[in-house]
Design a protein around this ligand. Sequence first.
Ligand SMILES: [Ca+2]
Ligand SMILES: [Ca+2]
Ligand SMILES: [Ca+2]
Length: 205
Amino acid sequence: MNAEKLLFAMAVSFILVIMSSAPVFAVCNNADINWDLEVDIFDLATVGLAFGSEPGDFNWNPDADVKKDNQIDIFDLAGVGLNYGCSLSLEQPTPASNWDDLYGWIKWNITGQEVPSGYRIWILDPDDVPCGMFDIIYSGMHGFTHVYKDDSTTPNIDEGASIGDELFVVVENLTSHKIYRAWFDRPIIFHGDWGRYEANISVNP
Ligand SMILES: [Ca+2]
Ligand SMILES: [Ca+2]
Ligand SMILES: [Ca+2]
């Protein structure tokens, strides 16, 4: 293999690694490692504890892998640094005249058990704006969850999702208000066409 082909093969494998680095989270660009919806010294310290590790190492922590490449290095520290001070408040989505309806199953990761009532899902746009909300009624199911479009008449305010946005999800326990990391089983794109889209959710216990 000549050098050019080798470089090409390396570039392709690099892209494949990036693409396969699911699940993807939205909150503060993954930099909220302890999942309390703000990026602060605790998140930085957690990356520090896992620094230099890879999967299998005693101090490996997948949540500290901000740049999802299965190693904790300077890029992960930088990821927290760049998002330092970022926080997210879960406020009621702003209703709009365009929406998508999401529906599907919702299960705990690993065990596969159904997430029961008493939990709320929040749908976020890529800027962490809550644009949809649904309280689980029937165990293991959500929907239809209205996801609202950004109001284009207020260009200075981001109220919701734009067409083509990838959507993200977090889950809240309605009693303890503990936040759980969650993700869709495939990328969910916002259409704003009143369509119904299957969007299955896994939740980290
Ligand atoms: Ca945090
Ligand atoms: Ca990394
Ligand atoms: Ca938006």
